[in-house]
Design a protein around this ligand. Sequence first.
Ligand SMILES: Cc1cc2nc3c(=O)[nH]c(=O)nc-3n(C[C@H](O)[C@H](O)[C@H](O)COP(=O)(O)OP(=O)(O)OC[C@H]3O[C@@H](n4cnc5c(N)ncnc54)[C@H](O)[C@@H]3O)c2cc1C
Length: 395
Amino acid sequence: MTVELPPLPDDPLAAELDSFVDEHRLAQRYRELDRAPEFPRSEFLAMGRAGWLGLDRAREDGGRGISLPRAGRLVYRLAFRSGTTFAKLSLQPGFSSVLGDHGSRDLVTQYYRPLVRGEILIGTQLTEPEAGSDLRALSTVAEPTSDGYLLTGSKSEIAFAQDASWAIVYARVPTERSRDGLTALLVRQDQPGVRREVVPDLGEHWMRRGRVHYERVAVSSAFRIGEEGAALRYLLPELDRERALLAMIYLGVARASWDEAVRRVGARRVFDRALADHEAVGFALVEDWAELEATRLYAERTLERLAQGEAVDQDAALSKVLATRVALRTIDHALQFSGGAGYSAELAHEQRWRDVRSGPIAHGSTELLLRTAARRIWRRPARDSDRTGPADSSR
Ligand SMILES: Cc1cc2nc3c(=O)[nH]c(=O)nc-3n(C[C@H](O)[C@H](O)[C@H](O)COP(=O)(O)OP(=O)(O)OC[C@H]3O[C@@H](n4cnc5c(N)ncnc54)[C@H](O)[C@@H]3O)c2cc1C
């Protein structure tokens, strides 16, 4: 049976991206990093040098300066070609936009631009053991001193707990009165008083997530990002962008499984017919296709509206909710219709499923995002901390 697969969304940079993926063996590296987890430093540096980090970030900060919808189509393609790892890494400068957009000139020059060049890794630390969705419960404290702060508290669920050399840490300054007021500090991770531990995960092993504990760690006021108490306000635009871009990544990964499944069920014969001609299989894949495409168009439209400066927090939230749901189901179908081979690690479906399974939790859980959208529909007032849910430094 001949199988004709629909084309991927096109872009003039697609050929350049494909040859980068091939040259650096990113599809193979995606699989290897699952079995032998580590931060892929050399690939990260190569991505920075070739301009694949911070696609939508401004050129003066080292980014490509391309539009958000186009960046979305490119990370979709990168995820299609090589899984979640490198597509998420390409967004890493966007996950640190609070530093890029609100850090002092010195902080941007010394830390943000090197991040966009792939020379250093900066994490984001918001979630705590007792506070994830409800940011009002965050308890890490930055106590003012004569020349800065003493940072005390624990962060949990943190991507790159082991590997980030610096992290944007969100803390409360006790003298700051607002309950929603958080302050962002850029904190070196290999200094006295910082203790890091890795906790094994279901998927995305390369992130080496874990906990980071701070015991009266001195942070100079030169490393405060923007104003005291303003960090959540800085974070909100980042969240909308990253949710819609992550939606494109999850859809790209699922599209890879869908293509492989379509080929396989077209070729495999059972009971004298191609597996695809058994409607329980063929129809399910057809429905997956329609939902993958519909969700992609929704996420792309959201990115277009974001680029035009529209308020799209509801659509960005729902893009991620729908994308993770459709992607997980599509990958699960691909796994199921590949039979016993689908359950084995010889095929990539099981790894993709485990990696994409982080999607409904990280960067605002599905329940939190539905809550964000519901507040818009019924016009309930929202504080900044209601809208956000945690920002994650990778995911
Ligand atoms: C792969 C991965 C990477 C991550 N990286 C980072 C990182 O780098 N930095 C960082 O700070 N955090 C990171 N996180 C943490 C992530 O953002 C949080 O785990 C997430 O926001 C949920 O917070 P929580 O774990 O405290 O769960 P909780 O807030 O305890 O929630 C538990 C469950 O209850 C649900 N829930 C909560 N409130 C409501 C409600 N009002 N109604 C209905 N249901 C509700 C949630 O949706 C969730 O399913 C990462 C997580 C993952 C999985």
